[in-house]
Design a protein around this ligand. Structure first.
Ligand SMILES: Cc1cc2nc3c(=O)[nH]c(=O)nc-3n(C[C@H](O)[C@H](O)[C@H](O)COP(=O)(O)O)c2cc1C
Length: 207
């Protein structure tokens, strides 16, 4: 089992800085800290992540290494996922899905899926922990607006022992400051941060 860090990891997944999912990340971090836990925000756009080559090297029976591991920062980000007591994703919806950079990182986790399939001890030993998500979308309607992102995130995180709670989906937020100027939506995000902070303390107490 990877050494557990103290900080709740908040992954901000927008390709634009200073927008609604960055605002959500700041509110979530504040909520986590209000609950007495620690928080760290990571903006994915500041990390270089190459696309999976589908070479299947990670499917080999002996090991689940990625041939790109030393070439970018995907593994550094996976290290945070493996070690955090709780993780939170804040993301815009792009075409009913996660933004392409985030999805590129998700695809790179295939080696963890393969390791789990093979029952590799290091991956089976990852502690069960909670995960949360806050999605922001420009459109006010669309029954399935968050389904694509939710499902991708759920099946990505499960390989790290992380169980995704029902995401908070915020609609009708399009301009960069729309969340910041919406007190009701901001309060919901802050509350989610507090819940994540409380859970982090529980996970750490049981670690
Ligand atoms: C490439 C792209 C695709 C988008 N696709 C959708 C969409 O399918 N549905 C929707 O409601 N909003 C869509 N939007 C709007 C964003 O979800 C919205 O502007 C969101 O607030 C952006 O979050 P940010 O401020 O964190 O960047 C899209 C925006 C971009 C740039």
């Amino acid at each position: 089992m990877a050494h557990m860090t103290r900080e709740v990891a908040i992954f901000a997944c927008s390709h634009r800085g200073g927008g609604n999912s960055d605002t959500a990340a700041t509110l979530l971090a504040r909520g986590v800290r209000e609950a007495g836990a620690e928080a760290r925000v990571l903006a994915l756009r500041n990390y270089s992540v190459l696309a999976c080559l589908a070479c299947r090297a990670c499917a080999g029976e002996k090991q689940s290494r990625c041939v790109l591991a030393a070439k970018d920062q995907a593994e550094e980000l996976f290290g945070v996922l493996m070690a955090a007591p709780v993780v939170i994703f804040t993301s815009p919806i792009y075409f009913y899905a996660l933004p392409s950079q985030c999805k590129t990182w998700v695809d790179r986790s295939q080696r963890f899926w393969e390791a789990r399939r093979k029952g590799d001890p290091w991956v089976m030993a990852l502690k069960d922990r909670p995960a949360y998500a806050c999605f922001v979308a420009g459109q006010p309607t669309g029954q399935k607006l968050f389904d694509g992102a939710r499902l991708t995130l759920k099946y990505f995180l499960v390989n790290f022992g992380l169980t995704l709670a029902e995401p908070l989906g915020l609609r009708g937020l399009d301009a960069a400051n729309d969340l910041a100027s919406d007190a009701g939506a901001s309060a919901l995000v802050l509350d989610l941060g507090r819940e994540a902070g409380r859970r982090a303390l529980e996970v750490q107490a049981g670690a």
